[in-house]
Design a protein around this ligand. Structure first.
Ligand SMILES: C[S@@+](CC[C@H](N)C(=O)[O-])C[C@H]1O[C@@H](n2cnc3c(N)ncnc32)[C@H](O)[C@@H]1O
Length: 372
């Protein structure tokens, strides 16, 4: 299992210096660490008790309990300076002299996206943020940059991030269930909390389907669906995200079954068995038009209008939304039924999923609907 272009990673390499003492480790390129760790875990040889250690030439040493038989690595070596894995962030911060009150203000969750740690930081001063960042790099030897997330803005969902530790390289490749996502986390958003939904989209489709992804981004859903064999039309309005969408279609060897469109999804003519609307505003009425009591004739074309024009009879819509946690389904379902009515069609709700908590009292949900 080697990444594209990593032809120097070989299987079954000899144990360098087999006579030396010390536990084993494998050397891989830093930007392959995330993949290799997942593969070594799958093989059952990854040693969670020791730290990942950076070594010269952009490599890292991953601790293993034995030589891997499946995972591609540069070399298997004996570690002369093994270090126990840092137990957790709080312990590392306490080692830095933090008291209980300060540790309380440290983040309790973060995400490793390729070689970048994404974390939300609040109530910390600058020096504390740097300390947390450095501790997170110690916890995640495969990472080289820590970014504070400060929200996603505007129609094109541009992220607001700040480098707080490391080399400040926000461009990376994140691998999730075999799908490779190249992205620059300072230019395009990435939502770790949508992982299950990304994987799910790859599981619900196959080579018999034509898929329209109306809000494709870098290919969050489109790539797993194309890897599952579907023919995918992926539309994206943000030029930066679109550039990565193209690069990722090549990197995942699925460009041959993808049509990439830079533009507004409401202007795209398509015929699809399955339409993905991964956008929180997907069910919103068109500006100045088909809200309750508005004159539809004056309406702009809503995202749902475009979806209904594209989906074939018997096809499926996957509609995302952010809704009150105590009443998450009423509005998206009502909007679906209202627009179906406008189009003289019927909708049947097939599934409703809560993807993640969005904010206080608000959840990110998806409604799957069959359209006839
Ligand atoms: C929220 S992101 C996609 C998030 C993704 N569904 C996920 O799960 O992580 C939505 C994307 O839609 C794009 N977008 C917004 N309005 C659009 C439009 N009218 N047509 C095409 N793309 C659009 C944005 O630029 C952004 O990249």
């Amino acid at each position: 299992m080697t990444g594209p272009g990593d032809d120097r990673e070989t299987r079954l390499p000899e144990v360098a210096d087999a006579t030396a003492d010390g536990p084993l480790a494998v050397l891989v390129a830093r930007d392959r660490a995330e993949v290799a760790i997942a593969s070594l875990r799958a093989e059952g040889v990854y040693d969670d008790d020791r730290r990942v250690k950076p070594v010269p030439d952009g490599l890292v040493a991953l601790p293993v309990t034995g030589p891997p038989s499946e995972t591609g690595v540069r070399r298997v070596v004996r570690q002369t300076d093994p270090e126990p894995r840092a137990p957790d962030l709080a312990t590392l911060l306490r080692e830095r002299g933090w008291d209980d009150e300060a540790v309380e203000r440290a983040p309790s969750s973060w995400a490793v996206v390729g070689t970048v740690v994404l974390v939300s930081l609040t109530d910390l001063d600058e020096s504390e943020e740097v300390a947390v960042g450095e501790a997170l790099l110690e916890l995640h030897g495969e990472a080289d940059t820590v970014c504070a997330r400060e929200g996603v803005d505007g129609e094109l969902r541009e992220p607001d991030v700040r480098v707080v530790a490391g080399i400040g390289d926000t461009e990376t490749i994140h691998v999730e269930h075999g799908t490779r996502y190249a992205l620059d986390l300072s230019q395009v958003m990435f939502s770790p909390g949508n992982q299950r939904e990304r994987v799910h989209m790859g599981e619900v489709t196959d080579e018999s389907e034509r898929v329209l992804d109306m809000f494709a981004g870098i290919g969050y859903f489109a790539l797993p669906m194309a890897r599952a064999g579907a023919t995918v039309t992926a539309v994206e309005k943000n030029p930066d995200a679109f550039r990565y969408l193209g690069e990722n279609a090549v990197n995942n060897a699925v460009l041959d079954r993808m049509e990439l469109v830079l533009g507004d999804c409401r202007d795209v003519e398509a015929t699809a068995d399955r339409v993905v609307m991964g956008y929180y505003d997907a069910v919103d009425p068109a500006p100045g038009g088909d809200a309750e009591g508005d004159d539809p004739a004056a309406a702009g074309r809503s995202y749902l209008d475009a979806a209904f024009d594209a989906v074939v009879s018997g096809g499926t819509l996957h509609v995302h939304a952010t809704e009150p946690a105590d009443d998450p389904w009423r509005r998206p379902v009502a909007r679906l039924e209202a627009v179906a009515d406008d189009h003289g069609r019927d909708v049947t709700v097939l599934d409703r999923r809560e993807v993640k908590s969005h904010s206080e009292g608000v959840v990110h949900v998806v409604v799957d609907a069959r359209v006839d």
